[in-house]
Design a protein around this ligand. Structure first.
Ligand SMILES: *[C@@H]1O[C@H](CO)[C@@H](O)[C@H](O)[C@H]1NC(C)=O
Ligand SMILES: *[C@@H]1O[C@H](CO)[C@@H](O)[C@H](O)[C@H]1NC(C)=O
Ligand SMILES: *[C@@H]1O[C@H](CO)[C@@H](O)[C@H](O)[C@H]1NC(C)=O
Ligand SMILES: *[C@@H]1O[C@H](CO)[C@@H](O)[C@H](O)[C@H]1NC(C)=O
Ligand SMILES: *[C@@H]1O[C@H](CO)[C@@H](O)[C@H](O)[C@H]1NC(C)=O
Ligand SMILES: *[C@@H]1O[C@H](CO)[C@@H](O)[C@H](O)[C@H]1NC(C)=O
Length: 283
């Protein structure tokens, strides 16, 4: 596809502190929040580095959603990474690996940050972010090309988005993702995708996608493509097929997860023990 046709505009109106860093095709969008800084060589920094560099090497995670924490309060770091539901495992791991390094570069010393590649999202914080619906920061991207029959296009898009929202919301705790297509006006086909982090409840996912879809008229009305991304969910539509058929879910990991946030034994801070503090928050 022509890069000019795929030129996406960054919409600062909706957003806040999101930066548009590199050119396509693989651009990385991020928000550093810029609210709280950690000091270099702090315990938090060390926890964060260990946590982020461990994400993609966790072989137990085979379904594209990572939620882990590392360290002890008050310096514990929490991270979530989510791959698009149609991305193959190897591509997912490499995207998570890249984004983990990239977010540290782009948001130096930030206690909290989030970044998006096409294939994955990464987010970290010094507070627990598992199972919490967040709709800020949010970002919208649009394809500058115009639709001719706007009303009909919007109607088809809305119906399609409603369907994908309910399909994604009814997904499991491993994946909440849906793609689909519908015939639009002027012989166009509309292709769309909706995804939540699967730690959300069905209701939270539904609410998140509902809100995200509510931004489409503001950002992307009359445009042939658009995306809205938030920490907890994202959606996208185009007039060409931009996704693969969904990769089947592997069977869930054999071993149930340890209790959430179980504190590590007191006084044990050797490297070996540190590794066991990586708490796997998905199931
Ligand atoms: C955090 O650090 C950044 C970059 O060093 C600086 O621009 C920003 O003002 C700092 N924010 C706070 C809240 O200290
Ligand atoms: C992550 O990237 C680093 C540096 O490019 C590489 O050495 C490492 O093998 C990668 N890890 C995974 C799991 O892809
Ligand atoms: C993966 O799962 C196995 C079996 O439950 C466990 O022993 C191992 O520590 C896990 N690895 C990671 C990196 O969590
Ligand atoms: C779709 O699948 C093809 C072939 O497996 C692969 O080359 C391509 O990168 C995939 N696209 C995405 C978005 O995963
Ligand atoms: C996160 O860091 C901020 C700023 O240092 C602090 O005020 C807040 O209490 C921390 N949150 C947690 C859960 O530790
Ligand atoms: C789309 O329509 C707007 C408003 O009618 C116009 O300003 C803009 O140039 C059009 N964009 C393209 C790519 O044709």
């Amino acid at each position: 596809m022509e890069s000019s046709r795929l030129l996406y505009l960054f919409l600062s109106v909706l957003i806040g502190l999101v930066a548009f860093t590199t050119a396509q095709p693989e651009f990385f969008l991020h928000s550093c929040y810029n609210t709280r800084n950690y000091t270099s060589n702090s315990v938090y920094q060390s926890n964060l580095n260990i946590l982020l560099s461990s994400l993609s090497s966790n072989i137990n995670i085979t379904y594209g959603f990572y939620s882990l924490s590392f360290g002890q309060d008050p310096d514990r770091a929490y991270a979530i990474a989510l791959c698009r539901g149609d991305v193959l495992l190897d591509d997912c791991r490499s995207c998570v690996n890249d984004s983990a390094r990239r977010i540290l570069q782009d948001c130096p010393n930030q206690k909290e940050a989030i970044g998006w590649y096409d294939n994955c999202m990464i987010r970290y914080s010094n507070k627990s972010i598992f199972g919490v619906m967040e709709d800020w920061p949010r970002l919208a991207l649009l394809n500058v090309n115009n639709v001719t029959s706007i009303d009909q296009f919007n109607q088809v898009l809305r119906t399609l988005m409603d369907r994908l929202r309910s399909e994604a919301s009814s997904g499991s705790s491993l994946r909440k993702f849906a793609t689909g297509e519908a015939p639009g006006p002027d012989f166009l086909t509309i292709y769309a995708l909706a995804q939540c982090t699967p730690d959300l409840s069905g209701q939270q996912c539904n609410d998140c996608l509902d809100q995200a879809a509510g931004y489409i008229p503001g950002c992307c009305n009359g445009k042939i493509g658009g995306r809205v991304v938030t920490p907890s969910c994202n959606l996208r539509y185009e007039i060409s097929r931009f996704y693969n058929s969904t990769v089947p879910l592997p069977s869930p990991p054999p071993q149930p997860t340890p209790p959430l946030f179980s504190p590590p034994p007191k006084g044990m801070r050797t490297h070996a023990i540190v590794v066991s503090q990586l708490i796997f928050l998905s199931f």
